[in-house]
Design a protein. Sequence first.
Length: 111
Amino acid sequence: MSDLFSAGRPSTIRNERDRLKSALKFGEVATGLGLAGSSRSGWDCPACAAEYSVRETSDHQGGRCNSCGEGFDIIKLVQETETIGFEATLQRLADILDEKTNPKSGMRRLF
């Protein structure tokens, strides 16, 4: 992915953003970021810090805080949680996707 960003081509970056957004679900990203909570109980809100208040949307592409009303897609969730820029966010999402598709051999799957 570093080649992608060194080229700095907007259309390529946009394509990568779209690929990552379609490949990942909101809950997978929240879990990958280490946010407290789950899809059943909700996640802690990175905007207002309310516990277990962010609920995933029915299409699994975003979430909304029941406390402050802030809405998140996976891009905004990473940016708010880790306070990083757009390109670093895409790299973080690529890392989460890589972990999802190629789990470390030392990790044991429960199911």
